[in-house]
Ligand binder design. Structure first.
Ligand code: NAP
Length: 265
């Protein structure tokens, strides 16, 4: 019998690590991808011991344009049948648009946008052929709310992932493949340490924060249920809903005042 594999990008920390753990706990073999090999190796050992499933890793920098093809070729050569694709790797780039050098913008677009689409383009046709598969593109509540000053491309990239996932969801549903854009709000991971905003965001109400465990278990349920877009937590769903219902100028005014405290410029 062919083993069913899940490929998780950004598996060395935060949501990606949690996806790997929860998928392994469900008996799925997991392929872990991120840059930090030590963290991937440690997670691999843990998963193998705790869940008795196959687990492999590939230390890759997804900002390298050929990384996606390398990853695909590697999984194909090993006959790892990727039935679940979790496009999760990501980070925030603080600063105003012109204060950030082009290479940094380009790397971010490669990791969080091009890589996501290319991995779907590589693995989706195989899922479609087999008439089974699940894809989660990790977007954000930021993709559903008005844009902010600072971290300029983040909201735009996440909005793109929502639209892209909605389209692919419609195309894939006829072929037994589920596609979900997962939109978490503030979640406890390394994300805000990496982008240097931990101190700023720690002033925010605890009620707005969710655990990586909850975000991931809800995300896995959402893709099982074939939901095109899933927003984690009722508070985040309310925020997204209000952004649609209230006049746009009012929402932008409110966002400008409230979220500015949490964006590094
Ligand atoms: N935490 C939140 O509040 C929040 C809210 C909404 C959406 N999200 C989204 O959730 C996703 C996961 O973020 P997280 O919160 O779990 O953050 P995290 O704890 O910082 O994890 C980010 C992961 O992405 C990987 N990564 C970063 N750059 C990479 C690259 N160039 N190549 C390969 N892997 C790379 C990191 O691994 P290495 O450093 O080892 O490469 C790490 O495993 C992101 O897409 C983020 O935008 C997070």
């Amino acid at each position: 019998m062919t083993t069913s594999w899940a490929l998780v990008t950004g598996a060395s920390a935060g949501l990606g690590k949690q996806f790997a753990l929860q998928l392994a706990a469900k008996g799925q073999a997991v392929l872990l991808v991120a840059r930090r090999e030590a963290q991937l190796k440690e997670l691999q050992s843990h998963i193998k011991a705790a869940h008795q499933v196959e687990c492999e890793y590939l230390a890759l920098d997804l900002s390298e344009p050929d990384a996606n093809q390398t990853l695909f070729d590697h999984s194909q050569q090993n006959n790892w049948q990727i039935d679940t694709l979790i496009n999760n790797a990501g980070y925030g780039v603080p600063g105003d648009f012109d204060a950030v050098d082009w290479q940094t913008h380009q790397d971010m677009l490669q990791v969080m946008l091009t890589s996501v689409i290319e991995l779907c383009h590589l693995y989706y046709p195989l899922m479609k052929q087999r008439q089974q598969g699940q894809i989660i593109n990790v977007s954000s509540l930021a993709g559903l709310t008005p844009a902010t000053a600072g971290h300029t491309l983040y909201g735009a990239v996440k909005a793109f992932l929502v639209k892209f996932s909605q389209s692919l969801h419609l195309e894939a549903s006829d072929h037994g493949v589920h596609v979900t854009a997962l939109c978490p709000g503030f979640t406890y991971t390394e994300f805000h340490d990496v982008n240097g905003t931990r101190k700023m965001v720690s002033t925010m109400s605890k009620k707005l924060w969710m655990s990586a465990e909850d975000v991931v278990s809800q995300g896995l349920q959402a893709v099982n249920d074939n939901q095109a877009v899933y927003i984690n937590g009722w508070r985040n769903r309310l925020i997204a809903r209000l952004c649609k219902l209230l006049p746009e100028s009012l929402v932008r005014y409110l966002m400008k005042g409230s979220i500015a405290k949490f964006r590094k410029r």
